[in-house]
Design a protein around this ligand. Sequence first.
Ligand code: PLP
Length: 395
Amino acid sequence: MTDYRAMESKYYMHVVNRQPVVIVRGEGTRVWDDEGKEYLDFTAGWAVNNVGHANKAMAEAIAEQAHTLLQTSNQFFTVPQLELAEVLVENSVLDKIFLCNSGTEANEGAVKLARKWGRLNKNGPGEIITAYNSFHGRTMNMVAATAQPKYQEAWAPIPTGFVHVDFNDLDQIKAATTDDTVAVMLEPIQSEGGVNIPSPEYLKGVRAWCDEKNLLFILDEVTTGLGRLGTLFGYEAFGVEPDVITLAKGLGGGVPIGAFLCNERANVLEPGDHGSTFGGNALTCAAANASTRYMVDNNIAAHAAEVGDYLMASLKGLQSKHEIISDVRGMGCLIGLEFSTDIAAALLPACNAEGLLLNVTRPNLVRWLPPLTVTKEEIDEAMVRLDRALDAAKA
Ligand code: PLP
């Protein structure tokens, strides 16, 4: 049998400490490894497979598009790109879209748009306020926007133009705003940063402050967009209307695609300002269009809200047996399970052994990011597996 782990260490740059699981196939919430072992996948490719693995509507759209047209360049119109633009604009509070290839790239585009908007509407390119513990991506600018030292330290000099404040503290945004400020960019919920949920008033307060000071309000919805929080877009869950949002992850349901959308107020980009060879590619757009329409047509966001509540209650139910669980927090199908000790490194292999895939972003926190199509029965099964894994990890 091929030793895939040895192949990885021979050929692949060691930038991720992978779990020793070789996933070869998926269906719905389940995946199988190269030895035929079955797992419940509560990572969903890091919040990507929102409509489940091997979703039929997506698979058919991809196959049909692959037989029809893969790529033309943005010199020409293509149908999948325009159909995707239509479904996203018509179902959001935004008016225009640009399609790219990843979340990082979407955020880069949003920052360029904000800087141009600042030149046209204020006195210069301007600074962007972002939050500590955020995560906006891995390019140099997004490392600068991401206010976590561990993502910055190795890469100095770090680009300037970003000012950092504590998340969920409107007063700090007010204090950090100067004549140079052009925008505030936040995640509705900080996901990678520890599943940090702001108070219900915070984002509304940021919106009002941006209106008062004539700033753009940018929401990085790379993780929260496309149903994850139990609403199609995360801003709906907080009752705000941003000027710009960025999307990726669940947008493609498994193919690499990103997007930034803006309202008319922020619609300043002109020919030559921005572009991409692959952005809005026919194949990825056909896949994203199928995934997004499946989500809208089947109200997957409402399902995510219901099963997310069920998952949260189920995890809380384990607290009485496993006192090591110190907190369960989240919204929709983005949930953090926090422990009073740094047990995550021991828990993950125990979960793998039980057939449950989870994600760790902090030594004492595991993230639950199931496909949004997950069922209550699958959640019940996952709880049995988690219970056993916790017993094993604590032993
Ligand atoms: N923004 C947020 C909120 C993210 O969680 C991520 C990735 O985890 C990114 C941006 C970067 O997206 P990508 O990895 O697609 O470049």
